[in-house]
Design a protein around this ligand. Structure first.
Ligand SMILES: Nc1ncnc2c1ncn2[C@@H]1O[C@H](COP(=O)(O)OP(=O)(O)O)[C@@H](O)[C@H]1O
Ligand SMILES: O=P(O)(O)OC[C@H]1O[C@](O)(COP(=O)(O)O)[C@@H](O)[C@@H]1O
Length: 319
């Protein structure tokens, strides 16, 4: 019988609970003892573990957040933090750890692998900033939340004849803004990956106004600047009343979509299978609808590419 552990780390993402459930249930199905570790690497260092049973993960597949809670841990990055984490894993006899989180968390898993601990990554972040997987857990739910919100903003934008600029999450990656811009019919999309001057955004707004358009919706990723500042600039340059909305953490909550629950269930279960096969240093993902496992080193070295086809299409359709 193997003993495995599971933790969620970094920013939470809808679907993480479904992933934990899959790890626990697939582990127990395969006669493993499974520990849930609370508050990510911080909880690991401080030995906040509890043994999971089938019912520990009952009634959570549909819930947002992560019932194991999460944290960002500065101590884990230090030599002393790593030593403490290894000690706890040793004491509890954990032979394989499943880490559900973003690129930072998966880099942390690799650090454990390099130090003799088997750790497998599961991508969980709303940002979708990991090149090795087409989708990370939480992204689909987040974009559905954003699209619902911008439909509401569009209503009031039309009534008042305003420009509305909506800032969504994504520090380095514009996927949320890009896909929601397309789905929400935004006039312009401002992303960290593509220089897009405020002047060109203004030109588009003025062109639209001249052909009788009453309002404009602009989507921007947080990593591309401040919506409040850009709104001021747009108002000055176009003389159109402009409002900024920062959607913020609403994007990280809510019940996961069916897509995220299915993805999380498959990825969580696959991580356990890999541990049982004696694999280490891997992270799971989904490419072209297939569940894949690739070396963390390779995965983290891949630079996330912006989907230019989608970006260009959004530009054509909002001409
Ligand atoms: N290079 C690294 N080496 C070791 N641990 C790391 C590394 N990067 C991040 N971590 C750990 O993972 C945690 C989560 O990473 P962070 O980047 O905040 O979130 P995410 O996993 O969502 O990208 C950090 O607080 C830290 O404890
Ligand atoms: O809630 P926090 O800690 O302020 O973090 C906000 C950041 O977390 C995210 O929501 C998700 O990022 P990670 O999953 O990579 O941690 C980012 O889009 C956002 O910039």
């Amino acid at each position: 019988m193997k003993t495995i552990g599971v933790l969620t780390s970094g920013g939470d993402a809808p679907g993480m609970n479904a992933a934990i459930r899959a790890v626990v249930r697939n582990g127990i199905y395969n006669n493993c003892k499974v520990y849930g570790i609370e508050q990510g690497y911080e909880g690991l260092i401080n030995a906040r573990l509890k043994e999971m049973t089938l019912s520990s993960v009952a009634d959570i597949i549909h819930r947002g957040g992560t019932f194991l809670r999460t944290a960002r841990s500065e101590e884990f990055r230090t030599e002393n933090g790593l030593k403490k984490a290894k000690n706890v894993l040793d004491v509890f006899g954990i032979e394989g750890l499943v880490v559900i989180g973003g690129d930072g968390s998966i880099a942390g898993a690799q650090r454990l692998n390099e130090n003799g601990i088997t750790a497998i990554g599961v991508p969980g972040t709303i940002d979708n900033d990991l090149e090795y997987t087409d989708h990370s857990i939480g992204f689909d739910t987040a974009i559905n939340t954003v699209v619902e919100a911008i439909s509401k903003i569009r209503d009031t934008s039309s009534s008042h004849g305003r420009v509305n600029i909506v800032e969504v999450m994504g520090r380095h990656c514009g996927d949320i803004a890009l896909y929601c811009g397309l789905a929400g019919g935004a006039e312009s999309i401002i992303l960290p990956e593509i220089p897009n001057s405020v002047d060109s955004v203004c030109q588009k707004i003025i062109r639209g106004k001249n052909r009788g358009k009453l309002h404009s919706l602009i989507l921007m990723a947080e990593g591309a600047g401040s919506a409040v500042e850009i709104a001021k600039e747009i108002e000055e340059k176009t003389s159109m009343e402009t409002r900024a909305t920062i959607l913020g953490h609403i994007q990280r909550g809510g019940n996961p979509t069916a897509f995220d629950r299915i993805l999380a269930s498959k990825l969580g279960a696959k991580a356990v299978d890999l541990i049982l096969e004696g694999k280490k240093g891997l992270t799971v993902g989904m490419k072209c609808n297939e569940i894949v496992a690739i070396e963390i080193e390779k995965a983290l070295a891949m630079k996330k590419k912006l989907d230019m086809e989608t970006y260009d299409l959004a530009g054509i359709l909002s001409i």
